[in-house]
Design a protein around this ligand. Structure first.
Ligand code: DON
Length: 431
């Protein structure tokens, strides 16, 4: 996918684009965020966690368990793979020694990936979803991701309520946060019923994107609705979510071109398998093998999201670009499983409704609701009068350590303004 983008739209050759990753693979300091992920992995899997970390960084297991923030690590096996990709091009990933290592590793773990799967892999181009909100043109990800569908549906449901919010107090007001939660519940309810890979089954986008349909999505300012009154469908069971396998970057260049790019290996160490230095994803978890079998993020889905050969799973990825009058106004997106959508939605509203800067938007606590389970997650810092008021409206509140990790960039009268999510310790670059 990356090679394809570079070939079509890039100003630099692919080999040059591989260089920064190649340099990084030769040595870097463990960040506090990575150190905490390593610690969790070792604690969660006493039998195999240290072995996995040792394999990723080519160290012994003792060193692996002792890794702290600030320690230097390298990924020599990945260096070899990246060098080959730089010299031979991206096709070297899908055939030859790298592909053989991937297939061997998956087979040894009891998986079903074949050499033909890799050889026949191809990227798929899909038209982004488009909507308008308060006069802004918004482009976001289409199925098989559910992210864009939920985002557009939520924006559509919220449009009728924008004037009910106090625009000077900012987003920390119960009327606004209640409306956001209710709008998300409508979107997530439809996700559970309708979403799947459109190459395999029909996703009724005309219906889900229709402003006339959005106008029927009820938000009662005083109280939550009955469970079945959201969107149009059933499913699920509660589950504690872990997230950390996703990365989102937002870019705007001097010409006003924008990139919103989300990539995911699902969980922090994917399938917990390493081949040719590459940590393999566990994207199979994003499929629903049977009805009422929630994934690690407690998401259940309908028949459209059953696994099948060659099929792509439903995702929450929500890379989004807002167009201004002269090129891109903003590029936004997040990591965080289903919380990707809630985080992206709230940050967009922070910019477009409340006129906040990227830094101000990312400093605010966020909320999340995915319809099932019937819980409203909130981050530390939500004012107590706001959380009490949300409870009075019928929400069941649960504190959550981090609702999405957003990286965004906005073009303002003063130039480019970018912010990285405080949860992961990243920084905007290149400004
Ligand atoms: O595509 C999806 O919806 C999931 N694979 C995303 C998982 C995720 O964001 C975890 N990380 N932060």
């Amino acid at each position: 996918g990356l090679a394809q983008l570079v070939r079509r739209y890039g100003a630099l050759p692919f080999s040059r684009c591989v260089e920064p990753a190649l340099r990084l693979s030769r040595g870097f300091a463990v960040s506090p965020w990575l150190a905490s992920q390593i610690r969790d992995e070792v604690e969660r899997h006493p039998d195999s966690g240290a072995k996995l970390i040792a394999a990723i960084f080519s160290v012994d297991e003792r060193t692996a368990t002792g890794l702290h923030a600030g320690d230097r690590v390298a990924r020599p096996a990945l260096t070899a793979t990246l060098r080959r990709l730089r010299d031979e091009g991206a096709d070297a990933f899908y055939q030859g020694p790298i592909a053989e290592a991937l297939v061997r590793t998956v087979a040894a773990a009891g998986g079903v990936l074949s050499a033909a799967d890799l050889r026949d892999y191809h990227t798929v181009d899909r038209e982004p979803l488009r909507t308008t909100f308060l006069g802004h043109r918004i482009f976001t990800m289409s199925p098989p991701s559910a992210g864009g569908v939920i985002l557009v549906e939520a924006l559509g449901a919220l449009a009728a309520h924008v004037n009910e919010w106090n625009h000077t107090t900012g987003p920390m007001q119960p009327e606004y946060l209640h409306a956001v939660a209710e709008a998300l519940k409508h979107g997530f309810a439809d996700r559970a019923r309708f979403l799947g890979d459109p190459a395999f089954s029909h996703v009724p986008l005309e219906h889900l994107m229709d402003p006339a349909y959005h106008a029927t999505l009820r938000i009662d300012p005083d109280h939550v609705l009955a469970h079945e009154a959201y969107g149009s469908g059933p499913s699920g069971a509660p589950h504690q979510a872990r997230d950390a396998g996703t990365a989102h970057i937002s870019v705007i260049d001097q010409k006003g071109n924008a990139v919103a790019l989300t990539t995911t290996i699902n969980l922090e160490f994917g399938a917990r398998l390493v081949a040719a230095g590459v940590v393999l994803n566990d994207e199979m978890d994003d499929f629903a093998p049977a009805p009422h079998t929630p994934d690690v993020f407690a998401l259940s889905s309908g028949d459209g999201n059953r696994p099948a050969p060659g099929k792509r799973p439903v995702s929450s990825m929500s890379p989004t670009i807002v167009l201004g009058t002269h090129g891109a106004l903003a590029a936004v997106g997040a990591a965080g499983g289903p919380r990707i959508v809630s985080a992206t939605l709230q940050v967009l509203l922070d910019l477009l409704v409340f006129g906040l800067s990227p830094g101000q938007a990312l400093a605010l606590p966020r909320i999340h609701h995915q319809w099932e389970p019937d819980v409203l997650d909130y981050e530390e810092g939500l004012p107590q009068d706001v959380s009490r008021s949300l409870e009075r409206k019928g929400h069941r509140l649960r504190r959550h350590p981090g609702i999405g990790k957003v990286n965004l960039i906005l073009r303002s009268a003063n130039g480019l303004d970018a912010a990285s999510d405080p949860h992961t310790g990243g920084r905007p670059a290149g400004l």
